[in-house]
Design a protein around this ligand. Sequence first.
Ligand SMILES: [Zn+2]
Length: 84
Amino acid sequence: MRINCPFCGTRGNEEFTVLGAADPVRPDADAPVPDWVAYAHARENPRGPHRDLWQHQHGCRAWLVVERDTLTHAVIAVRPARDA
Ligand SMILES: [Zn+2]
């Protein structure tokens, strides 16, 4: 898979580290513990378009939101995380 970093250009995915889903909703500070456990550990395993948070660790080190299709591995869009 190749990712088009907005700052460095197209690079192989081995230059990047994936953190996980880009859209988890942070619970309120006084939310019950199970909500925090789910926020920290439970992740969807979607089939189709999905947004993940990646870091260009061996490049510019920018955090990026990569939208990709989990069936085809096609990268749909890449944006700096600060703009997503
Ligand atoms: Zn980069």
